[in-house]
Design a protein around this ligand. Structure first.
Ligand code: PHE
Ligand code: NA
Length: 502
């Protein structure tokens, strides 16, 4: 039965098409939106260092393993893993790679589409000149208003899901190649131009050292878990997207250089985005840890104040939108390919997958707007309000002493804050609906998928069958890679998990 499914979704024209498609999947909101704000929330350099180490020691080796599995199976990740576990006599638990990946795909697509909707809105805002000579206060207001409008967010989310579905329904092969071939390099050129702009801002050196001053002392175990998770998210790893694309890879292409190219490109885009955003953050006195709004509140200041900024800004957000689009397609592909293999037809499968993701996305819409206060796992800290006179005497800032800390499984943080007694401030830390989905997928499901992939390829497949599929020419590089997949990657993922739980 499985024989006629193998290769039924088509094969990329050549190795380059695979590189383009995989780069299209990898380069997306993860690089331009998420990486900067995560670095900002997790102390900058310490996070960046961990992220780079995770990419090298876990991301790239696991990516090779995942593509290898895909190409060997030539089916959707669910059916590929079913066949591979049978063939290699491995425990059925490894089939979880396929199933968990499909579920993670729904979760990720649901929030990815909502954020991509923001970029859609910003294309329009840029084009209309809304940001001309904008200050930080203006861009903050504009973003706040967008988030406060759930109908608008839903509309944009709907448009983006429809755009994504339109490509998937036609089959990934068509529709994707051209957009990636021309638009990805253009996006990179735009980022480098913006880098030129940020270098002229007074905050450049501060932005640089924020990202590249590797103070390992600042490293928390939360940041470590986030760095590992993000290296999976940004490389589209551990949930089947890159396995599905590997299934369409020509049989004779070598995996080594191909994967390395994708990993390096993805990392360069992220670092460049960070080097554009943080100098602007510091030049305009913004906070680096402002979270998901970071990109949308910083770049419009730059575009609003540079000559020709409206046009450049429009083009920039258009490119980000396209990068998000080519990623979203790959997020949905594993589930759609599986449904197609079940005989549901490409169109029907697309409608079902995108429909569910759309519905779930409404939760993310609400969590940025009307439900932003509704959170779980809330830590509430009450402290004395900092007294302005004491600040003048340079005492209070450090001495705003904490009166109490409380934990709530669930709370409305707006109510907690409103209930603060006079002279006290309430700070909270909890997870919204979006935060929960993001955490579940990025910090748990994707690294767990990656762990299983590394163990499967490293320990359940023979050296010979792995070598035959990988086609890495240099024996030294092959051995190095296999060593990483067998020992370094699984051990690193395992310890970061343990560290994160403790
Ligand atoms: N790698 C994509 C990005 O950085 C997101 C993604 C995650 C794509 C999972 C596919 C699978 O934006
Ligand atoms: Na990425």
């Amino acid at each position: 039965m499985s024989a006629d499914k193998r290769g039924m979704h088509g094969i990329w024209g050549n190795r380059w098409t695979f590189i383009l498609a995989a780069t299209g999947s990898a380069v997306g909101l993860g690089n331009i939106w998420k990486f900067p704000y995560m670095a900002g929330e997790n102390g900058g350099g310490a996070f960046v260092l961990m992220y780079l180490l995770c990419i090298l020691s876990v991301g790239i080796p696991v990516m090779m393993a995942e593509v290898l599995l895909g190409r060997k199976g030539r089916m959707s990740p669910i059916n590929t893993m079913r066949e591979m576990t049978n063939k290699e006599n491995a425990p059925h638990a490894f089939r979880g790679i396929g199933w968990m990946g499909a579920v993670a795909g729904f979760f990720i697509l649901s929030f990815y589409s909502v954020i991509a909707g923001w970029t859609l809105a910003y294309v329009g805002k840029m084009a209309s000149g809304e940001f001309s000579s904008a200050t930080a206060a203006v861009t903050g207001d504009v973003f706040g208003q967008l988030l406060g409008d759930p109908w608008m967010l839903t509309g944009l989310h709907t448009i983006f899901i429809l755009m994504t579905g339109a490509v998937i329904a036609r089959g990934v092969k068509h529709g994707l190649e051209n957009s990636v071939r021309i638009l990805m390099p253009l996006l990179f050129v735009m980022l480098v131009l913006l880098l030129g702009y940020s270098m002229t801002t007074p905050g450049f050196s501060q932005g640089w050292s924020f990202l590249f001053n590797f103070q390992t002392a600042a490293l928390t175990s939360d940041a470590l878990v986030s760095a590992l998770g993000h290296s999976f998210f940004t490389l589209s790893l551990g949930m089947g997207a890159i396995m599905a694309y590997g299934a369409y890879m020509p049989a004779n292409a070598s995996l080594g250089k191909t994967i390395l190219a994708v990993g390096v490109l993805d990392t360069l885009v992220a670092l460049t985005a960070g080097l554009v955003i943080f100098p602007i953050v510091f030049s305009y006195g913004l906070e680096p840890d402002s979270g998901p709004g970071l990109l949308f509140q910083t770049l419009p200041i730059a575009f609003g104040n540079m000559p020709g900024g409206a046009m450049i800004g429009t083009l920039f957000f258009l490119l980000v939108l396209i990068a998000a689009w080519s990623s979203a397609i790959s997020i949905a592909e594993p589930a759609v390919a599986w449904a197609v293999e079940r005989g549901w037809g490409r169109l029907r499968s697309t409608i079902i997958v995108c429909g569910f993701a759309w519905l779930l996305g409404l939760g993310t819409v609400m969590s940025f707007s009307d439900w932003s206060g509704k959170q779980i796992f809330v830590t509430e800290t009450v402290s004395h309000a900092v007294n302005a006179e004491l600040v003048a005497e340079e005492e209070a800032a450090t001495e705003a002493e904490v009166v109490s800390t409380k934990f709530h499984w669930y709370a409305d943080v707006n109510e907690l804050k409103a209930a603060a007694a006079e002279g006290f401030v309430v700070k909270t830390e909890g997870k919204t609906f979006f935060n929960v989905l993001d955490f579940l997928t990025t910090n748990l499901m994707m690294p767990l998928g990656g762990l299983l992939i590394a163990i499967f390829v490293g320990w359940f497949m023979t050296r010979e069958s792995v070598a035959a599929e990988a086609r890495v020419k240099s024996p030294v590089l092959f051995n190095l890679w296999r060593f990483m997949v067998r020992y370094i990657s699984p051990v690193a993922i395992f310890f970061i998990f343990i560290e994160g739980l403790a």
